[in-house]
Design a protein around this ligand. Sequence first.
Ligand code: MN
Ligand code: MN
Length: 472
Amino acid sequence: MPENKPSEKTRKLKEDLFWEQQRCWDKLSARERAEVSSYAERYIDFLDRARTERRAVKLMVEEARLKGFNDIHAKGAKTGRVFLSSREKMLVMAVVGKRPMAEGIRLVASHLDAPRLDLKPNPLYEDTGLAFLKTHYYGGIKKYHWVARPLALCGTLIRRDGRSVDIDLGLEPDDPILTVTDLLPHLARKQMEQKASEFIPAENLNVLVGGTPYADKKADERVKLSILQILNKKYKITEEDFTTAEIQVVPADRPRSAGLDGSLIAGYGQDDRVCAFTSFSALLETAQPEHTCVAVFYDKEEIGSEGNTSAKSRFLEMFLMEMLQYTGAEPSQVNLHRVCFNGKGLSADVAAGLDPTYPDVHEKRNSPKLGCGLNLKKYTGSGGKYGASDANAEYASWVRNLFNDNRVVWQAGGMGKVDEGGGGTVSKFVANLGMEIIDCGPPVLSMHSPLEVTSKDDVWMCRKAFKVFFMS
Ligand code: MN
Ligand code: MN
């Protein structure tokens, strides 16, 4: 009876010619598997404490100092491990390499900002005996994600006396949380007929903050007054201080392990703090690299990289100039161009994971899957590659070989079907400096929602990828 199976020769040919998708887990040793969960715990703790870009910078600077990094402007011994922060919202760190910087650096770029609700300049008001805060959303959100869920206030406010005050309400387990109310289904007939982009208008994203009236019954706006009294007692602030503050409304839920097998991580802000954390820890573990290694953590990516803490700012260039000086090279324009032009970069940002519940928007062959490693994304952009950073074939294959040689599990792909949407990252701004750069990062489900999902083995693999890249 003829066997219903291809011949050995066909099997061999397929093995030689086809490219098989790999699962991270299958490629890990027992020791590495054990490390995956402990590393995930550290990452979850970081996510929990770094709810805003300012918090992230603060935490990273604290830890970097413990690991021997100094502010590049600090006097004293040159450790070859330096950092510089821009307005406490953007950070650059470097480990000096053996070769002159003009021979090229290794750069990993990620971003620390995440979609959220910002407070308006005049946020506080009272209506129907309750006090609320007006908000203005930041980044690409689905507004209905932000109603009827626990929220916290996180931010920085400068008092009239010039003192900076960190606001932190709703994150400790015993803190009262805040929320944006939603309409009950019983009265939502009209609301339910509206488009998802419209049924929660932006001006309805008002945060409920209290309901106790101030004691004097003759006063008006008594609830607003008592809320201001609470804030004044805790932070010595007045209503005017809000007008110039940066206060964010963020999900109050703690990030957690997810799945019955605990293999996933569910939490807010993983776009792109997952790449920030993994490249940060990779740089901390980097010693005596061949090339000078730089990790840059940008702000304002989610609103198009505008502003002086963004990837469009000249801060990275200034830092590289200072690094030239620090390493004893001439901080000239031509040297800066050489540093960039001979440099190699990874734009580390999350990828849209293939969600089997929504197959229509994905192109299966070219969408990254959770648990299958870093997504190496040759190009970004939308439509006819508009706004794309498209890595050169020579460089893309150099990265591919580096990953293959070091057992980094990776997958090729991009974001969704052509013409379905699209998006960019900071890569094009770095590419404009003349550097070779390619996008890569772990796939995420529920991206830009208050509960983004990643796979622990992908997260671990990111750190490994950045480590081997820094040591290349
Ligand atoms: Mn991102
Ligand atoms: Mn994003």
